[in-house]
Design a protein around this ligand. Structure first.
Ligand code: HEM
Ligand SMILES: *[C@@H]1O[C@H](CO)[C@@H](O)[C@H](O)[C@H]1NC(C)=O
Ligand SMILES: *[C@@H]1O[C@H](CO)[C@@H](O)[C@H](O)[C@H]1NC(C)=O
Ligand SMILES: *[C@@H]1O[C@H](CO)[C@@H](O)[C@H](O)[C@H]1NC(C)=O
Ligand SMILES: *[C@@H]1O[C@H](CO)[C@@H](O)[C@H](O)[C@H]1NC(C)=O
Ligand SMILES: *[C@@H]1O[C@H](CO)[C@@H](O)[C@H](O)[C@H]1NC(C)=O
Length: 350
């Protein structure tokens, strides 16, 4: 799909020998030789699923975020519970909430057919987010690749690092600062809340009893409040779904910021960016609201910055055979076949 053209081909030739050295860096054409179809294969799977599940691009972008904020972008979120793994999938922000694990496995299956043992699950999450942005009419993200997969997961860290919807601006900034992300990154990445859904349970307090006041959140538009109360009745089903963006629910666009300007942010953490008195985030919201190009440029830069958090490269980690389990676990299950397969995979990847 890309990694063609003279300049890029030249770059690959120069960097070609580096991927297995200990201080290897990520680069966009990492799979140019070992799996040239990788972008197209990921695109095909996500595009097909999205036809019947238009929410999926949003879910995949969120999955990538929830991976990167916990031990870095290392596919730790994909590891299931085993004797040695306490899965992040049951951490509070993920349990009954993350989607797309099956889509990642579908992608992995297709990639293992085309280029066995080559593409990491961490890069699959990255590429799935890249493709999802395009499918949702968002910016074209050119992620560098070459991440490897973790051997561990950490549910405690997932509970600790992932921001909560009731966070105030101070807490949001702190959660992003831990990841090396600044205030502009916070505002730009929050723009991902221009597509996808939220379960009612995360906004019920804003609709009926904000901070124990017995009243709704005063920073919520009153007309919007009435609409939201119809979807999320008091004492009603906590898992009813609300669109983040009432006008273009499946499009990644700057509407998120114009919604904040008219008090139509869905989560408290969204509206905090615009309604915190005197906050430095207000002018950034205004800037992104007034120009889609400015938003897209910042969103792309911040996504790529997020994608670089804590990556494993070179000989660190591994390329998982099955994204939900470390390879050692597969080997325990079927020592003979897996061992010879992984050798073949390694040979064909060089
Ligand atoms: C700033 C702090 C953030 C908080 C507090 C937050 C919180 C949430 C919550 C509570 C949901 C709804 C989950 C559910 O209903 O089960 C959600 C959904 C979502 N979040 Fe965030 N989020 C944040 C930042 C981000 C970032 C940085 C991204 C990506 C760059 C992102 C992408 C999404 C997407 C796309 C959805 C919809 C997913 C779907 O429909 O399946 N969020 N978020
Ligand atoms: C991994 O766990 C998830 C639930 O978190 C489940 O849906 C999935 O089927 C499991 N995958 C495998 C391969 O066991
Ligand atoms: C995750 O959700 C399931 C189903 O609702 C629940 O039974 C389980 O206790 C939750 N796990 C954790 C760790 O909260
Ligand atoms: C998981 O993260 C917690 C919180 O940062 C840390 O104390 C703990 O050592 C980590 N556990 C593992 C197994 O890495
Ligand atoms: C944000 O919440 C924290 C923790 O509850 C609190 O200490 C802090 O004062 C709050 N900040 C603002 C600006 O409200
Ligand atoms: C609102 O929440 C507070 C504190 O959680 C509680 O004491 C109060 O009864 C609630 N009010 C209503 C009207 O539900």
């Amino acid at each position: 799909m890309r990694c063609f053209g003279f300049i890029v081909v030249g770059l690959v030739a120069v960097l070609g020998g580096l991927p297995f050295s200990s201080n290897a860096k990520l680069e966009p054409c990492f799979y140019k030789k070992t799996c040239p179809q990788v972008h197209f294969i990921v695109f095909k799977v996500v595009e097909k699923v999205s036809r019947t599940d238009p929410r999926m691009p949003a879910s995949l972008v969120r999955l990538f975020f929830h991976d990167c904020f916990v031990q870095g972008c290392d596919a730790s979120i994909l590891l299931n519970n085993t004797a040695t793994i306490v899965s992040e999938q049951q951490a509070l922000p993920n349990n009954n909430s993350i989607r797309g694990l099956d889509v990642v496995n579908q992608i992995k299956t297709e990639l293992e057919k085309a280029c066995p043992g080559v593409v990491s699950c961490a890069d699959i999450l990255t590429l799935a987010a890249e493709v999802s942005s395009v499918l949702a009419h968002g910016p074209y993200l050119k992620f560098p690749l070459g991440r490897r997969d973790s051997l561990t997961a950490n549910r405690t860290l997932a509970n600790q690092n992932l921001p909560a919807p009731f966070f105030n601006l101070t807490q949001l900034k702190a959660a992003f600062a831990v990841q090396g992300l600044d205030t502009t990154d916070l505002v730009a990445l929050s723009g991902a809340h221009s597509f996808g859904r939220v379960r009612c349970l995360f906004i019920l307090d804003r609709l009926y009893n904000f901070s124990g006041t017995g009243r709704p959140d005063p920073t919520l538009d009153t007309t919007y409040l009435k609409q939201l109360r119809q979807i999320c009745p008091q004492g009603g089903p906590p898992n009813n779904l609300v669109n983040f963006d009432p006008t273009t629910p499946d499009t990644l666009d700057k509407n998120y910021y114009s919604n904040l300007q008219v008090k139509k942010g869905l989560l408290q953490s969204d509206q905090e960016l615009f309604s915190t008195p005197g906050a430095d985030t207000i002018s950034i919201v205004n800037k992104f609201s007034s120009g889609q190009i400015a938003f897209f440029k910042s969103f792309s830069a911040s996504m790529i910055k997020m994608g670089n958090i804590g990556v494993l490269t070179g000989k660190k980690g591994e390329i998982r055979k099955q994204c939900n389990f470390v390879n050692k676990k597969s080997a325990e299950l079927d020592i003979g076949s897996v061992a010879s397969e992984s050798e073949e995979g390694l040979v064909s990847s060089i």
